[in-house]
Design a binder for this molecule. Structure first.
Ligand SMILES: Nc1ncnc2c1ncn2[C@@H]1O[C@H](COP(=O)(O)OP(=O)(O)OP(=O)(O)O)[C@@H](O)[C@H]1O
Ligand SMILES: [Mg+2]
Length: 511
């Protein structure tokens, strides 16, 4: 049988790491092939090799039966390989049209032929029901829309082998359903789809076959219909994973955070929070559920001093911190796991070690007056690397060398390692593998069991349901539901998330 893509005995080393160790990976035309594996397993590296971003140290690549050497993405594109990257690569200040045609621009008398470009885009967008507005600027788009632009860009370049690296990590459930519909349509046209994800439910829902990687090697190739979540998890992390979270009964203490009648606006100046009130107590995990884009991002930003409240107040242990700087809040004991790790979470040019002590390097025991204690810094950061299982040969490497999920673990290690009094965690397990999710969930519960407060904002309903002692639902900038954890079903929560049901303000306990 001939394959659309056939990668044989691919080996790729980075200093100190064999990212791909003699990997064989084959994809048929017309198939959706899931590529899964723990953080740092080598998935992105393998796909970067296919896309010409990295040259393998050894091994062979065949595209549609022809042996090829892929020197750069340009050549990959010519061979019909398209890639939607784990971290988007669009230019925010350009329009959708300009981004799509970038590098393959139709011209007339040396000017961009905007009409022709627009027509080509509209044709593809209609053919695949990829709804986009070619004139919109990319910075105005939601992540779901950006994703569609990335796919459109690949299709515009003629991709019939399409690689998607964790495309659903940032999508809402509706956007994911939409994406799956598009991918099925592409596969029906005999295109080959390579789909990287950590969400095993999605693997089972969308793929035909699954290749599993661990530690640079392929550990399994299975037909999707013959497998299940347990088996995939075992192949990925090499042991059984407990999907259920064990939690002891809650012992709530005094109030640590009180938010009263909070209002703010989004980047476009439109109301994003409308009179939000609630409290978090010590020894309690308060989960905020909601479809992304309903004010959760702005809420977390206001609570961390990254966005101004236009009205209302935030009190921390009885002190008004509504106007306090981000650093001041940190010093008071609030820590923050931001949802967008690349924008707010890590400095890619700094080393892993520097990133781990970013908030604390100037305080004892890491520093004494103006002197840094480099030994202590190293000791502390090495202990975090070990505890949070950040996969790297040494913490002296730049953070940019980490795999996507390990960057997320780096942020978690920094923010949770210091035993914060109040943890504000936005999408804490986004992009991390099933084994790491299990560990992170245990850490969050232990923090709460030691009597600290946690505000958990997550688009993963499973995560909210299994961790929260109390669940708030946000819809269009308001809290529309307030439940005791464990007392509400997923379906019921879904109705509140979609705005079909809502509670009266008097039913919302903390208002
Ligand atoms: N540019 C680089 N320089 C040095 N090491 C790198 C580089 N890119 C990747 N690595 C290392 O190669 C290994 C594989 O990384 P890769 O990004 O392929 O993992 P992944 O399977 O995509 O993981 P994730 O699920 O976290 O995205 C990791 O140990 C990573 O640290
Ligand atoms: Mg990756």
């Amino acid at each position: 049988m001939s394959y659309a893509v056939e990668m044989t005995s691919i080996t790729k080393e980075f200093p100190g790491v064999v990212a791909n160790d003699n990997v064989t990976f084959q994809v048929r035309g017309g198939e959706i092939h899931a590529l899964v594996g723990e953080n740092g397993a080598g998935k992105t590296t393998l796909m970067n090799v296919l896309y010409g971003l990295y040259r393998p140290d050894s091994g062979q690549i065949k595209v549609r039966g022809q042996e090829v050497t892929i020197h750069d993405p340009h050549q990959a594109i010519e061979l019909g390989v398209g890639m939607v990257h784990q971290h988007f690569m669009l230019v925010p200040s350009l329009t959708v049209m300009e981004n799509v045609v970038l590098g393959k621009t139709p011209t007339r008398f040396a000017l961009i032929d905007a009409r022709q470009a627009n027509e080509a885009i509209m044709e593809i967008s209609e053919q695949y029901s990829l709804a986009v507005n070619p004139q919109a600027k990319v910075y105005e788009l939601s992540v779901g829309e950006m994703q569609r632009v990335e796919i459109l860009k690949a299709l515009y370049r003629g991709a019939d082998i399409l690689i998607l690296d964790e495309p659903t990590a940032v999508l809402t459930p509706q956007e994911t359903t939409e994406l799956f519909r598009i991918l099925r349509g592409l596969a029906e046209q005999e295109r080959a789809i390579i789909f990287i994800t950590h969400k095993l439910k999605e693997v089972l829902a969308i793929s035909d076959r699954v290749t599993v990687m661990r530690n640079g090697e392929v550990t399994g190739l299975v037909e999707t219909r013959d497998t299940d979540e347990q088996e995939l998890a075992r192949l990925m992390v090499g042991r059984d994973v407990v999907f259920r979270v064990e939690k002891s009964p809650v012992k709530v203490g005094e109030e640590i955070l009180r938010v009263a009648n909070l209002h703010t606006v989004d980047d476009r100046g439109l109301p994003a929070l409308k009179s939000v009130s609630f409290c978090v107590r010590l020894g309690q995990i308060v989960g905020v559920a909601g479809v992304e884009g309903n004010g959760q991002t702005e809420l977390v930003e206001v609570l961390n001093g990254l966005r101004r409240a236009t009205d209302g107040s935030v009190h921390y242990r009885g002190t008004d911190v509504t106007q306090a700087s981000p650093r001041k809040r940190r010093e008071l004991g609030i820590s923050h796991i931001p949802e967008d790790r690349l924008r707010l979470g890590v400095n890619l040019d700094c080393t892993i070690e520097e990133n781990l002590v970013l908030n604390t390097y100037y305080q004892p025991p890491l520093a004494r007056s103006i002197f840094l204690n480099l030994n202590k810094i190293e000791e502390y950061s090495d202990s975090l690397v070990e505890r949070f299982n950040i996969i790297t040969p040494t913490s002296k490497l730049p953070a940019s060398s980490l795999s996507g999920g390990n960057m997320q673990k780096l942020v978690l290690a920094r923010e949770m390692g210091g035993d914060p009094d109040l943890l504000i965690a936005a999408q804490p397990t986004r992009g991390v593998d099933v084994g790491a999710i299990e560990y992170i969930h245990q850490q969050i519960i232990q923090l709460r069991d030691r009597g600290h407060g946690v505000l958990l904002v997550s688009a993963e309903l499973d995560e909210i349901m299994s961790l929260s002692d109390r669940i708030l639902v946000m819809y269009e900038g308001e809290i529309v539901g307030d439940f005791v954890g464990g007392s509400v079903s997923e379906e019921e929560l879904g109705l509140y998330m979609l705005g079909t049901k809502r509670m009266e303000p008097s039913e919302i306990v903390a208002s």
